[in-house]
Design a binder for this molecule. Structure first.
Ligand code: 5RP
Length: 260
């Protein structure tokens, strides 16, 4: 029931629910990863059941694929879909240009491939993730396991010449072992505190041979949907330069809360 949702979950839910209004029958939809994106997948499942919405989803992780199956969202691979109408995903941080840090859930590689193969990327988030300058959230970088310590050293060396506030790099662990991504790689987290030039950093990181991809999403996000716990939703569109506000009403009888 809705009254059991935390304020953070309410904010994520209303952002996800409002973003699902962009989805229409016949669309191919990129399905992001994370707790906010999970609300979006549940909301799409509800629309499929209740309205007969006809869509196909392309999940960005095994976790999202599993949830989509559970809630009845048909899925296919990106290779089958080829190009998508829209991708809806969460983010760890976004700045005034709608540049993002993503990868807190270790799915940045598939997320970036899927978002880049979409006409539109919509980010769903709560207000706490809005920042003036990216970098307080550690920047995830997906690296090949072979020679990862050399790759980490090369990243550290690279950071010396760049406009960042801190330069610590750590291997992401899952218990006492390195975390393994869906693509069988490792993640290193860059604790930079402040990224002066995200565009430059994104480009130079990807020049290092052992780096597969980094979690900076620049010029990829079109719209950010910012949810608030009171049901307010702010929609910011970077292409139109517009900002509008909407309100989502909680329905305690809503079926999707019974699935929690
Ligand atoms: C996963 C991601 C997520 O979208 C990001 O970490 C936000 O997650 P959440 O919605 O749980 O806060 O990038 O790789």
């Amino acid at each position: 029931m809705t009254k059991e949702l935390s304020p953070a979950d309410k904010a994520k839910f209303v952002a996800a629910k409002r973003a699902c209004d962009y989805v229409q029958s016949g669309m191919k939809v990129g399905l992001g990863t994370g707790s906010t994106a999970a609300w979006m997948v549940r909301c799409l499942g509800e629309r499929i059941r209740e309205e007969g919405l006809r869509i196909v989803g392309v999940p960005t992780s095994t976790r999202t694929a599993e949830l989509a199956r559970q809630v009845g969202v048909p899925i296919t691979s990106l290779d089958d879909a080829k190009w998508l109408d829209v991708t809806i995903d969460g983010a760890d941080e976004f700045d005034p240009n709608l540049a993002l840090i993503k990868g807190g859930g270790a799915a940045l590689l598939q997320e970036k491939i899927v978002a880049t193969a979409s006409d539109q990327m919509i980010v769903i988030t709560d207000a706490a993730k809005e920042v003036a300058t990216l970098g307080a959230f550690p920047l995830p970088v997906e690296v090949i396991p072979f020679g990862w310590q050399t790759t980490k050293a090369l990243i550290e060396e690279l950071l010396v010449g760049l406009d960042v506030m801190n330069r610590e790099v750590s291997l992401r662990m899952n218990g006492d072992r390195p975390l393994i991504t869906d693509e069988s790689n490792y993640i290193v987290d860059l604790h930079l505190k402040r990224i002066g030039n995200p565009r430059q950093l994104a480009l130079v990181l990807n020049q290092i041979p052992g780096v597969v991809e980094n979690g900076l999403f620049i010029d990829i996000c079109d719209v950010v949907v910012i949810g608030h716990a009171d049901g307010r939703v702010v929609l910011r569109d970077i292409n139109n330069g517009t900002e509008s506000e909407d309100r989502i009403h909680f329905a305690p009888s809503d079926n999707i809360f019974r699935e929690l």
